[in-house]
Design a protein around this ligand. Structure first.
Ligand SMILES: C[S@@+](CC[C@H](N)C(=O)[O-])C[C@H]1O[C@@H](n2cnc3c(N)ncnc32)[C@H](O)[C@@H]1O
Length: 220
């Protein structure tokens, strides 16, 4: 039996993923006609704050497949130290923390700048019995991940503002263990990040994986 497939995490994830399907910005009347402006804000380093403030009531989770990928990667090489950029309601965090539990423990640092989302994530992680493995840092990731990081990091999920992916990776890079994986969700919206991890000189192997993520491995 694994944490992911048993009480309380399995039904909790089922419910959160089902709720997220019903609560997509595209289906919300509040966002009718917003798509062009949203795209513009999504690509802008400064505009993302406004964008995510408008999206504060939406969970915006990784897909179930990406969640499973995160769990499997973390299990396969017994990750003990994980960093996540973009907590939201904590759905991806639940997948990652479940893997840490099944690996025998560890530490997951995740960060989110919307206070109401931090409250929801904490409550979801508590409901899943996984809060003891997770440190939620409230604030802008450029600050919260700028200090007090673990000596080594085995796995990273990049799932916050896309224009910041390269900056966040730069904060974490020197602590990545050899063979560490970086999963970047919707990295197509972050061309500078993709160019960086795909350039052989920068110490990564990198491949688009499925329709959603860029999967990179630290080799340097
Ligand atoms: C796509 S959602 C994350 C979904 C989450 N990983 C999951 O799968 O459940 C992106 C989140 O990142 C947060 N975010 C965006 N930019 C951020 C920043 N600079 N610092 C902290 N949080 C940020 C947003 O508020 C939003 O909740």
């Amino acid at each position: 039996m694994i944490t992911l497939n048993t009480q309380p995490v399995a039904p909790l994830l089922e419910r959160l993923l089902a709720e997220a399907t019903l609560l997509r910005p595209e289906t919300s009347p509040a966002f009718a006609g917003m798509s062009e402006r949203g795209e513009e804000l999504m690509r802008s380093k400064s505009g993302h704050v406004e964008l995510y403030a408008q999206l504060k009531d939406f969970p915006l989770p990784v897909s179930r497949d990406t969640g499973l990928l995160l769990y499997m990667l973390a299990r396969s090489f017994e990750a003990r130290s994980i960093v996540e950029f973009g907590t939201s309601f904590g759905i991806s965090t639940l997948f990652l923390a479940a893997a840490l539990r099944d690996n025998g423990g560890g530490r997951l640092i995740t960060t989110e700048f919307e206070p109401s989302k931090v409250v929801r994530a904490r409550s979801n992680l508590a409901a899943g019995g996984l809060l003891d493995l997770v440190e939620i840092r409230e604030g802008d990731a450029l600050q919260t991940l700028g200090s007090d990081l673990p000596e080594t990091i085995d796995l990273v999920l990049l799932d916050g503002a896309k224009p910041l992916y390269a900056d966040i990776l730069a904060l974490l890079e020197r602590r990545l263990s050899a063979g560490a994986f970086i999963v970047a969700d919707n990295a197509d919206d972050s061309p500078d990040y993709l160019a960086y991890v795909r350039s052989p000189d920068n110490g990564y192997l990198s491949v688009p994986f499925g329709d959603e993520v860029e999967l990179s491995m630290r080799i340097g």
